[in-house]
Write a protein that binds this ligand. Structure first.
Ligand SMILES: NC(=O)c1ccc[n+]([C@@H]2O[C@H](COP(=O)([O-])OP(=O)(O)OC[C@H]3O[C@@H](n4cnc5c(N)ncnc54)[C@H](OP(=O)(O)O)[C@@H]3O)[C@@H](O)[C@H]2O)c1
Length: 286
């Protein structure tokens, strides 16, 4: 598996397995299958309510801890110095681990500086190998990096062919922060795209594989989620082809320059997220 190196030397697999919206009852089996197929990087969050099941799958797999890269995230309700300490320890317990490869502030809301102080202590003790954030837009990531001695090494953001985020990637890279793509397929909301399909036909790849290759060629780690074993295999099988400049130019035309879910700097969306609502296309999903 190809890796990227974070600024502190930690290597992160370029391709991982996402677990958002996998029901707790299905999570252990899905993660076990993903590990069996060859995934070594698993992305979860306390807000996904499936950390325990991810932990059971890790244990059942028998894979050596040092071969795995496990990420989880701190939710907004715990975004304070005390809250972060409690939540981090709870996540470790849920996952059955004694350290995390990456721990991210899930959203840029609440007392992010207090939370970061707690997490910096765990980082210095070696219990968190890489500290990161998520959904920090260019202004927030810049401010956060300039006001912390220990800087985030990862910023997980919405990034897909319809919201390509080149500007955000550049700002993060200049700060030494690696962007990870969430919703690489825009959660499938745009159906099968004809341009992606035609590019895939050149290489005998599916539109989903084209998207993952486009992102990884940009040096962006991906964490696609699927509950289906055949798609787990499909999403992993992307490194035997390279898109050319013509393909990249065609994908550039898909840019819509807007989120499919929420804008972290939108006041209404911020309020909904803090209240725990799921948002699609700027609207609350009931
Ligand atoms: N930091 C954040 O705020 C944040 C937000 C959202 C997500 N994330 C992370 O990013 C991960 C990925 O994002 P996501 O789950 O929202 O969306 P996603 O990966 O863009 O899309 C998942 C959807 O695509 C389908 N799919 C998967 N592989 C496919 C394939 N090869 N062909 C066709 N359809 C395919 C899945 O269906 P099936 O399951 O039916 O196959 C599912 O409906 C999450 O699981 C989570 O770990 C982070």
């Amino acid at each position: 598996m190809q890796t990227i190196t974070l600024y502190n030397g930690i290597k992160m697999p370029l391709l991982g397995f996402g677990t958002f919206q996998i029901e707790p009852k299905d999570t252990q089996q899905c993660v076990e299958e993903a590990l069996e197929i060859g995934y070594r990087h698993i992305d979860t969050a306390s807000a996904y309510n499936n950390e325990k099941e991810v932990g059971l799958a890790i244990k059942a797999s028998g894979i050596k801890r040092e071969e795995l890269f496990i990420t989880t995230k701190l939710w907004v309700s715990d975004m304070s110095e005390e809250g972060a300490k409690r939540a981090f320890e709870k996540s470790l317990e849920n996952l059955g681990l004694d350290y995390l490869d990456a721990y991210l502030l899930h959203m840029p809301y609440g007392d992010v500086y207090g939370a970061w102080r707690s997490l910096a202590r765990f980082y210095n003790e070696g219990k968190i190998k890489a500290l990161g954030v998520s959904n920090f837009m260019p202004d927030r990531i810049t401010d956060f990096c300039l006001h912390n001695v220990i800087k985030p090494s990862i910023n997980q953001i919405e990034l897909h062919p319809f919201y390509q985020n080149y500007y955000a990637q550049g700002i993060n890279e200049n700060l030494g922060v690696k962007v990870t793509s969430w919703a690489s397929f825009a959660e499938g909301q745009n159906g099968i795209n004809e341009i992606l399909k035609s590019i895939g036909e050149k290489y005998d790849k599916t539109p989903a594989q084209v998207v993952l290759r486009w992102l990884t060629q940009r040096g962006i780690p991906v964490i696609p989620k699927t509950i289906r074993k055949e798609r787990m295999r499909e999403n992993l099988n992307i490194f035997d082809c390279s898109l050319d400049s013509d393909d990249m130019a065609k994908i550039a035309t898909l840019e819509q320059n807007t989120s499919y879910f929420f804008m972290p700097n939108n006041a209404q969306h911020t309020e909904w997220i803090i209240k725990g609502k799921k948002i699609i296309n700027g609207r609350v999903l009931d």
